[in-house]
Structure formats: C-alpha cells, structure tokens
Design a protein around this ligand. Sequence first.
Ligand SMILES: Cc1ncc(COP(=O)(O)O)c(C=O)c1O
Length: 387
Amino acid sequence: MLKTGRGAEAPPFLVMDVIAAANAREAALPPGAPGVLRMEVGQPSTGAPRAAVEAAMRALSAGAPMGYTEAFGLRSLRERIARHYEEKYAVTVAPNRVAVTVGASGAFPLAFLAAFDPGDRVAMAAPFYPPYANILTALGMVPQLLPCDASTRFQPSIAMLEALDPRPDGLIVASPCNPAGTMLSAGELGAIARWCHENGVRLISDEIYHGLSYGMEETTAAALSDSAVVINSFSKYFSMTGWRIGWMVLPEDLIRPVECLAQNMFISAPHVAQVAAEAAFGGVEELEANKAAYARNRDRLLAGLPAAGFDRLAAADGAFYLWADIGHLTNDSVAFAARMLAEAGIAATPGVDFDPARGGRFLRFSYCGAEAAMAEAPARLYSWLRR
Ligand SMILES: Cc1ncc(COP(=O)(O)O)c(C=O)c1O
C-alpha cells in the first residue's frame, strides 16, 4: 500500500451529495408529477450580468490571446475593485493590495499558507462554511470551533475569544455568514478586529455575501484593521459562480508572500473571466433585481415556515440562507432531509456539514432558487409534517 497524504483525508462537502440526490429524484419523476423544490443549492440561478457576458464575448471575438495575467490579476480589474471600496464603504484601498483569485476558494489556501504555520490554531464560529476547516486541516493547521447560538446571532463574540487558552493564531469571520445567514454589527466587527490586532491574531474576514443583506449595515474589515485579510468574490452578489473569480484585500506584510504563493500555485485566475468580472460592476441594475427576488423569497419563507412547523430560525440578516433548528422534530438531520426529499419533494441541506457536534438538529434552507418554489414550499412542508 502506498502512503497517502493528510489531504487525502479531507471529508466530502455533503451539500454536493444532497444536490446529486435531488437531481436523481427529479430525473425519476413521472411526467406531470410536482417537481422537486430546490432549497439546497448555494448559488444564484441567474447568470452573469449582461455587461459581463458582452465584455467577455467582445474580448473573445476580437481574438485577444487570453494568456496568463499577472498573478494578482489584470491591473484594470484590481483598480476597479479598489474603486469599489471607495464607492461602497468610503475606504481607500490601494490597488496593489488587491489580489484577484480563483474564486474565494482560491484565496483560502493562499491566505492560510501566508499567515499560518502547520500546528497553528485558527478559530471560527460553529456552524461554519465547511471548507474553512477542511482546507486548514489539509494544510496541517488546527480549526478551533467556537460553538455559537442564537444569543450571539451564531457569530463569535469577544467573550468567546477571551476564553480561548491558549489564544488562537487566527480567526475567520463571515458576515453575512453561511449557513446561518446572520451578521455582525459594525460595532461587533470593529471590536473583534481591534481585539485580533491587539492580541496578534490574524483576522480573516470572508465578505463573499456582501451586497446581499436585508437591513443591517455591511462593514468591511478593510476599514477596521490594517492587519486583516479580506476575502470576497464575484460568485454571489455578482452572480458569476462558474466564472471563478474572487479577490483579497491584503495587509502590507502579506502582499509579497501571497503573490509568490499565487505565482506558484495558480499562475493567474482565468483571463477572460477577469475581463467579464471588471464589466460586472456595470450590471448593478440586474444584480439589484436578483437581490430583490431573494428579498421576496426571504419574506415568503419567514412568513410561511413558522406556521409550517419550522419556527426556530436564525436571524435572516443576509446571504440567502435560513438556519432552522429542527431539534423538536429530529436529532438526525441527514435522515430528516432524505425523508423530506423523498416524501415532500423538497431538498435542503442537513446541518451536520456545518456543525459536526450539533448539526444533527439543524437544516439549512437556501432561498436563492425560483420564486415559485419558495412560494410553494411552506404549504408543502405544512402538509408533509401533518401527514
Ligand atoms: C462563506 C463562503 N465562502 C466562500 C465560498 C466559495 O465561493 P467561491 O465560489 O468564490 O469560491 C462560499 C461558497 O458557497 C461560501 O458560502
């Protein structure tokens, strides 16, 4: 038997299995049967903004060679992203601090490798986005889970950080977060950023769901800390998942280290997708229409799910997820989700992926799907739970 590495032990991302099961059920439905309501997927069903697609087509038809770009991306895209910080948050970010990456996913290993050593502890709220912990583990780092609940909107607090002994080497926050959809207030994020800076803890702020919040103010860690790493992406608000473009705003001390890692690991993000991403900033009207549809879906579910029996929902501050405590219905969210798919034709993600200890009694509903599906879901769930 040949040796396999630590990375070969990375667990699966269970939501992909749920997607496969929902696809299989859809394919097996007899003609005319009610379809599967898709509430498991975490990606917009809308395409890239028209301006982005047209920019890509123009570049391709002009015969542009589409070679590698510099490791940190096209200068014009980095400048456009820097301008976004000025326009959206009134924060000045120098374009040389912007690194264009292969999605936010491509930013994680770069940030982790530049900031941490094997054995370093990196704290994060539980529930959490599974790849944070799985990538850290594959790189030999140690995820430190902070069990969170509704009392802190499923977000970490200074009290939780103070209680960690020894102090962690890093902290990952996401606001809005996946799976809970909750946010930190500007004051809370500011206090966390200060605490991290003063305690020598590297803050990594995943801001991928910025643009998708429904009342609370969005604050970037770039405005609050000179030592934080900010990660963002064109996958969610910009509706460009498959184009695979994300970015980081780096602190000065990590610019060159991350650049060297990026040169070696990725060379560059896809060139044509970078051209499209730059143009996507011109697609605000379409993007705001997508967001308005999410907001309508959110309203429908917040009105309908409690009556159907799902009345323990985390504050739905942002992203497009509802984190439901189903502890009064089951302790086995995997079996529950499988039955819900088979009997009610509704796909949602069991919580175990996001919180190994407590996820057996949570379910994540995603509401970025079709409006008709979100309108129908509460009534179907109501009848199913009362069969
Ligand atoms: C919190 C969070 N961060 C990062 C990602 C990865 O996004 P990307 O498509 O930019 O790699 C996701 C995707 O669902 C996510 O939910």
